[in-house]
Design a protein around this ligand. Sequence first.
Ligand code: F6R
Length: 603
Amino acid sequence: MCGIIGYAGTEKAAPLILDGLKRLEYRGYDSAGIATVSDNELQIKKDQGKIDEINNELTLSDMNGNTGIGHTRWATHGAPSQNNAHPHTDNENKIAVVHNGIIENYSELREFLVGEGYEFQSETDTEVIPHLVDHFMNQGKKFEDAVRNTAARLEGSYALAITFVGEPGKLVIVREQSPLIVGLGADESLVASDIPAILPHTKRVIILDDGEMGVLTAGNVEITRVESGETVEKEIQEVDWSPEMAEKGGHPHFMLKEILEQPDAIQNTLRVPEGELGELSKILEKADHIYLVACGTSHHAALVGKYALAKLADVSAEAIISSEFQESCVPKEGDVVFAISQSGETADTLKAVRVAIENGAKVVSLTNVVGSSITRLSELSCLTRAGPEIGVAATKTFVSQITYLLLLAFHMARKRGQISGEEFNDMANQLRGLPDITREVLDEVNTQTKKIGEEYTDIKRGYFIGRGIGFPTAMEGSLKLKEIAYVHSGAYPAGELKHGPLALVEPGTLVIALVTPGPARERMIGNIEEVRARGGKVLTLAPEGDKEVKEHVEEVISLPQVLEILSPLVYVLPLQLLAYHMGVDRGHDPDKPRHLAKSVTVE
Ligand code: F6R
């Protein structure tokens, strides 16, 4: 997805912006560029490709000036190309704009501007913006007023950072439905679409709200409402992420670093304030209908949450994929939409949230990013405390989401008298033991999964089976294998095999079976036998000490005995590592899987 970084200060802007762009690479992009203002001249360098390649070719860091903006683009309107890369300018090269989001009325604006004599250089929706700013400046408006007038004409979502040669030390920024934060330094001001980009400079940030704009100069920031021009007093927040936390910490890839950080992510999420769980439970208890709305990995966490709420607390909730919400659900007043999204910016989930609000339903959310768009639309926003997740594939945010949802289910179960105080304490204590248990599991299975991955070099497809709470974990293993190793895969409730998927099994077909603790174990062994009878090769995940399972399969990954309800937190670990090692073995970059992006901000 697109990323923005901008700088107004006393240092040379281009190297700082280049560094910021690299920190935004994890969002996924296809082109990048920088604009700086110096000696009454706008310098622009941009191209399609990776930042390092563009820098090698164009030496971005050589650009002069103490003010500048940079952008990583993920194509929406117009293919990846140099012309379509940001920044975009007006025809006289005075105004430069970087933009995240989508301008919905750009065709109409483009037609108007062409009528006014403007010539377009790109196919993007963004290019209407510098021309509109120029149009208003030609009518005698000052730079920031021209931006204000421009914003008033735009429909859709936009985070903007804009420079103008006539006011070299200034950046004007605007936010509407696309995140933008301001970083405050001693004699410098920064703007970025997300926090890691500015971490080396400052931890003091202001989070812009929709409909706000800012004027940034060296060490000074003024925020106003776009519509009224009124000054807004913003809270300054301290971010507790160190730049090192956002870097690889000595591991070859962010994905591996983040897989290994999962015990800490669980530990930190366990620190959720009891009052927050109480408040959330109250809202859910009063709901006529609960929708757990999420996409991808977050949807798998939602499925675990649905299972835990039903089985432990007798609370029924529907886990629905966000993009299907508006197609298949009819939210009403009295209903609660519980949005689950690590980024808090996923367009499909945001859309579901907006649909819910329009229909009078309440929205609560669970995200990993303070101040994200979904949190801002929520009546109650709850936080997983996984720390920044840079790898495109969700790993530590998944276990954090599950940890949070389990805590919630325990809390509601106790409150509703579904479990005794003793049972509650037992489950809560076992959950508190999970950071240590998962640390040991990661130590043990890293080498084993690497070896298994090497054995599977020629595998072209693999199927995952599980039952009960093992099924969402199987789905997550399958998703990871697809996105990181590019191996075709599917996940099925094991009982469904005989209703169709079994036809896919032939000698040598890989089936990964999750034998989770609990009453379904016997039936899982039966399903494994169904596969073996057709020549399938079964890799089984099973509790250590389960000798019987070992007799039935070729290869077992033994995992510690934990409560069935806690098993997703343990069983997902070897599946993530297997996908990681298989991806690396096949020469893929696990941090940036092809065609995917970290923050999916289009529907
Ligand atoms: C898979 C993955 C995606 C995300 C999905 C939702 O590894 O990362 O499937 O889980 O795009 O993203 P969030 O949680 O940010 O809403």
